[in-house]
Write a protein that binds this ligand. Structure first.
Ligand SMILES: NC(=O)c1ccc[n+]([C@@H]2O[C@H](COP(=O)([O-])OP(=O)(O)OC[C@H]3O[C@@H](n4cnc5c(N)ncnc54)[C@H](OP(=O)(O)O)[C@@H]3O)[C@@H](O)[C@H]2O)c1
Length: 286
């Protein structure tokens, strides 16, 4: 059955590829971007299959208007893709609260704005799928990742909780966790970092930034292939809660699970020793 997709950050990178893949599959696409003309430039003019809307995800009013435009055009949203995001990759001590607020405004609160706007329609239709684009950075902390990882870890907790709340309405949530993919993510156009240089970090900062520059344009993941995988999942009867994307992310997630398991086992006795001597404990449902 033909689906209607609503995709944020469709002007470039992964969002653009997801829009193209959904169009190739014969679906209808509402392509949302901060600059509608840029989206139309990349994907083409509005048609029977495509409708572009202006949306900076940090703006709640614009999110409501963009979703309303999608409903007016295609009558509903079957697949919501919260993709818009960027990486603030900098050393924590060199960042400011403004950097933190901006990172969360886009990567987390932006997802909230769009999800709040879309959910009432999806809930009343009693069906739908939500893809939240997290990252390997939502599984694993890394140097330069304090702000970006914090925003993606938060997105993971949000998504996992939301999945449980909306499952009774036949709406699924899939958290997509890509490793490095070949988009604009590491370019100067997308990447941000802190401006308050702390001399103690000079050498490491230089090394870490050189590493980012070296990786830019040489990432292992193909965004077009991930987009096709998401189209496949959108048609899966039982979509997964998580899809780790790319072998780099797969291996790193595997190693993290292994080290968590080892540490959990190692400290099991101390963990359990903090239980109280109560006989009226109510265990929460997880
Ligand atoms: N590429 C990777 O290695 C990688 C790995 C893991 C996760 N991810 C995640 O994948 C998602 C897409 O990133 P990408 O790799 O495709 O990077 P990208 O090529 O830099 O594209 C980022 C997209 O997000 C949009 N965007 C940024 N801030 C926005 C805002 N406030 N409102 C609306 N749109 C906004 C950009 O729009 P403009 O054109 O207007 O700037 C652009 O369309 C992000 O959530 C990112 O965290 C990427």
């Amino acid at each position: 059955m033909k689906k209607t997709w609503f995709i944020t950050g469709a002007s470039r990178g992964l969002g653009f590829e997801i829009a193209k893949a959904a169009l190739r599959a014969g679906d209808q696409v509402v392509a949302a971007g901060r600059n509608k003309a840029a989206v139309a430039n990349k994907l083409g003019p509005d048609s029977g299959q495509l409708h572009s809307v202006e949306l900076d995800v940090t703006d709640a009013n614009q999110a409501r208007a963009a979703v309303a435009a999608a409903i007016a055009r295609f009558g509903g949203i079957d697949v919501l893709v919260n993709n818009a995001g960027y990486g603030h990759l900098g050393l924590f001590e060199e960042t400011t609260i403004k950097d933190v607020e901006e990172q969360f405004d886009t990567n987390l609160f932006g997802v909230f704005h769009v999800t709040w706007a879309a959910l009432p329609y999806m809930r009343s239709a009693r069906r739908g799928r939500i893809f939240n684009i997290s990252s390997l950075a939502g599984i694993l902390g890394a140097e330069l990742g304090s702000l970006y990882c914090a925003s993606k870890f938060a997105l993971e907790g949000f998504s996992e909780s939301l999945a449980k709340e909306i499952a009774p309405f036949d709406i699924s949530v899939t958290i997509v966790e890509p490793g490095p993919f070949r988009t604009d993510f590491l370019t100067a156009q997308s990447l941000r970092s802190g401006a308050n240089a702390v001399a103690d970090y000079d050498d490491r900062r230089a090394q870490l930034r050189a590493g980012l520059e070296e990786r830019d344009g040489r990432q292992g993941g193909d965004p077009a292939k991930l987009a096709d995988a998401m189209v496949l999942l959108a048609n899966e009867a039982q979509p997964p809660l998580r899809l780790v994307a790319g072998s780099i992310a797969f291996n790193a997630a595997d190693a993290k699970l292994h080290s968590m398991r080892t540490e959990l086992d190692l400290w099991r006795a101390l963990s359990i020793s903090t239980d109280g001597n109560y006989d009226d404990v109510v265990v929460p449902r997880y």
